[in-house]
Design a binder for this molecule. Structure first.
Ligand code: CTP
Length: 408
């Protein structure tokens, strides 16, 4: 899983995982582990059919507790007499993954003829459903209707993926990727204190071509910005990412505008900014772009071994431009990557770019900056608050940045 999905700190939150009869049932074991890595407690119910594919013991061995099976079987550590009501009292979210066509139908019509369907009916909190089935079953009119009904009943629905399924058919019906299901669940557990906010995030490097095959760039992976975007998304914001070239994958709910050069990033951001409430610019934008040698490949024979001289032009400062056109109510966060005088440079950039908050780090320190999953930030805001944060996972840094910006 890419690092921007590795949010932790959902301490004390309990997710009840319902597993139904599908060949994808084994993937529920990975889901349980991913939820535990986010610090969630996990309990589970396996339908009779699910227990033919994976065993309750596997979930118990991973630390899920209690693990229910049949209505009248004893679940270790559980009050079996009221097991059908227990997740409704103890869990903060109910996640049914994979959900078979049969279970979907039961949920849609409110049937309660086994442990999981009773638990779902008695569950008043957020319910997430991630189906998996044969593409023809998924396309069947009855399933389409049940899917719509689940939406009307307030289920958070994670649409299955396209591709080939176990029986050899191809189409829609594969269980959605683990990341999509995890994000939908964590979002249901997270405070929605950024709901309705439109947030712009830039991330990654830019590439500045100097001939048809070569470019000038930097080693930014985009991870910090991806964590910032995900934290806002989990907290309910409407997130648009303007991304330089990276290998990052985002959940369907995040809008991604891919760009390559600083000028393209500038255009995308200046177009989007007037409609945004907040922006956080983390991209490692090239301050200069080479004056290209032409549209074709530069040949070494051209220089006759005498070396080459590349000329550069200045790229626009995107952050400064957004800061300069900031309207009342808009909030802007900038980053600063430094090797010296971090606090001085942070103060200078906060002021000169008209920011509300700046997060500066020493990129020459181990565990901070490019290509690592942690960062050690010095944070300063326009109200004069200054904080030195310890080395933290980038997910945690991202969460704290939004906390800090929402302070008033
Ligand atoms: N930034 C930007 N457009 C640029 C350069 C930087 O939007 N052309 C943004 C970065 O995304 C970051 C912040 O400005 O949020 C600071 O970037 P940094 O490279 O640290 O600073 P510079 O302004 O380029 O200044 P310097 O070269 O003096 O460090």
């Amino acid at each position: 899983m890419q690092p921007h999905y590795e949010f932790a700190g959902f301490m004390g939150k309990r997710v009840h995982l319902g597993v139904t009869g599908s060949i994808a049932a084994y993937k529920a074991l990975d889901l349980a582990r991913a939820l535990q890595r986010a610090d969630c407690m996990v309990s589970a119910t396996l339908t009779k059919a699910a227990a033919r594919f994976v065993t309750p013991l596997s979930f118990e061995a991973l630390g899920a507790s209690p693990v229910y099976t049949d209505m009248f079987d004893e679940a270790p550590g559980a009050d079996t007499a009221f097991g059908h009501l227990e997740p409704g009292q103890a869990a903060d979210a109910l996640l049914i993954a994979p959900a078979s066509a049969n279970t979907m139908a039961k949920l849609a019509f409110g049937l309660a003829d086994d442990m999981l369907s009773c638990q779902a009916l008695a569950f008043a909190g957020p319910r997430i459903v991630a189906p998996a089935m044969n593409p023809r079953m998924w396309a069947a009119p009855a399933t389409r209707r049940n899917w719509d009904m689940l939406g009307e009943l307030g289920y958070i629905r994670v649409t299955p993926d396209d591709g080939s399924v176990a029986c050899g058919d191809t189409g829609t019906g594969r269980l959605a990727p683990q990341e999509e299901i995890l994000v939908a669940t964590l979002k249901a557990l997270a405070p929605q204190d950024m709901a309705g906010k439109r947030v712009l995030v830039t991330l990654g490097p830019t590439r500045e071509p100097w001939d048809a095959v070569r470019f000038w760039s930097n080693p930014s992976s985009g991870t910090m910005g991806a964590c910032v975007a995900m934290a806002a998304y989990l907290r309910g914001a409407d997130v648009t990412v303007v991304a330089g070239p990276t290998s990052l994958v985002f959940p369907c709910g995040v809008t991604v505008t891919p760009v390559t050069t600083a000028l393209q990033m500038f255009e995308a951001c200046t177009d989007l900014w007037p409609d945004m409430d907040m922006a956080c610019l983390t991209a490692a934008v090239a301050d200069y772009r080479p004056v290209p040698f032409g549209d074709t490949k530069f040949k070494k024979a051209t220089s006759a071994g005498a070396g080459i001289t590349v000329q550069f032009e200045t790229n626009p400062d995107i952050l400064k431009t957004l800061g300069g056109s900031k309207r009342e109510g808009q909030k802007l966060i900038g980053f600063a990557a430094e090797t010296d005088n971090i606090r001085g440079e942070a103060a200078r950039k906060l002021e000169s770019k008209n920011l509300d908050l700046i997060a500066a780090n020493n990129i020459s320190r181990q565990g901070s900056g490019f290509g690592v999953a942690t960062n050690e930030m010095y944070v300063m805001d326009a109200k004069g608050r200054k904080e030195q944060w310890p080395q933290l996972p980038k997910t945690e840094v991202a969460w704290r940045l939004w906390d800090h910006l929402l302070l008033d």
